[in-house]
Ligand binder design. Structure first.
Ligand SMILES: [Mn+2]
Length: 322
């Protein structure tokens, strides 16, 4: 195999110059095929409150200019051991949610047909449903770790089935999730009723609240999550509003009392070696951001996701390790 083509050399071209692909990586067309592709989905027609996540992919790419090639926390050079490339954006209809959901599913399936893993940058959380459908086409029902202030297992809004508050209920109904291994992490804030939690539990979800992370600590939480996931194919869906508004003001439905970016990154690093098959980072809405706080956090989260894939490329997934 040819050496992976890495990011632009920042000792020759300053980080603030040149086109803003994710981490200044090559575009997918430039390398032909990638082990991991970063793809944007600039879609926010499914939001219930502040719009603006359609500008998330470009803001995260811009903030990712500062990422460097070696990850000391995981001891991996994620762009050297695998080909990582920027697949651009999935262009979907902003006026027709159902059509957009189909477009995203087809595009994600096309991108993953030859084994490429996706790290998707949203976009609002509606997009997780078609991304999970595409993942399940390849892997069957997947385990899910869902980082979010909210449950996102509500039924409908104004009669609409596809919204950013409903993707995981739809996914359970469609049988594309492994209901033995579903967890929310970081939930908090007011709900419509206690029934929201009862419904969620019946769908199979476990809940690690934001307060649980603080009281039990990152290591204990990681142990519990890993026990639940085991070696199942795992999808990570990360709503940036899992972070406290102090760490992520640039999002559509902020809730007080969230995780720090340090806690989120450390939980992700605790998942090293899990059988990760796909991931998304959603709900970054730059219009409400300040000093790139949120887009920097989201770009680092995406970097850690790429790094988790790189570890599996280097050491093999649990199944491959036998
Ligand atoms: Mn969400």
């Amino acid at each position: 195999m040819a050496e992976p083509r890495g990011p632009v050399d920042s000792s020759r071209i300053p980080r603030f110059a040149g086109p803003a692909t994710f981490a200044r990586l090559p575009r997918l067309e430039e390398v032909g095929r990638a082990d991991v592709a970063i793809v944007g989905v600039p879609f926010d027609s499914g939001v219930s409150y502040r719009p603006g996540a359609r500008f998330g992919p470009s803001a995260v790419r811009e903030a990712s200019r500062l990422l460097r090639p070696y990850h000391p926390g995981l001891d991996v050079s994620p762009f050297a051991t695998q080909q990582v490339a920027d697949a651009g954006d999935i262009a979907c209809n902003p006026f027709a949610i159902n059509e957009a959901v189909e477009t995203i599913e087809e595009a994600a399936s096309a991108l993953t047909a030859d084994g490429t893993r996706l790290v998707t940058i949203g976009g609002d959380h509606t997009i997780a449903l078609p991304l999970l459908r595409a993942a399940a086409r390849v892997h069957g029902p997947v385990a899910l770790l869902h980082f979010d202030a909210h449950l996102d297992t509500w039924d409908t809004y104004f009669g609409a089935e596809y919204t950013h508050g409903t993707p995981f209920r739809r996914a359970v109904e469609e049988g594309i999730l492994d209901t033995e291994a579903l967890s929310h992490v970081g939930t908090r804030g007011p709900l419509y009723a206690k029934k929201d939690l009862d419904d969620d539990r019946r769908m199979g979800f476990g809940v690690v609240t934001s307060a649980d992370v603080m009281r039990r600590g990152v290591d204990e939480v990681v142990d519990a999550l890993r026990q639940r996931i085991g070696e199942r194919p795992l999808y990570l869906s990360i709503d940036i509003d899992v972070l406290d508004p102090a760490h992520a003001p640039g999002t559509g439905t902020p809730e007080a009392g969230g995780l720090t970016s340090r806690e989120l990154l450390e939980i992700l690093r605790g998942l090293a070696g899990a059988n990760l098959v796909g991931a998304d980072v959603v709900e970054m809405a730059p219009a409400y951001d300040h000093a790139e706080i949120t887009s920097v956090a989201a770009s680092h989260v995406a970097y850690d996701l790429v790094s988790l894939f790189a570890l599996n490329e280097k050491h093999g997934t649990p199944a491959e390790r036998g």
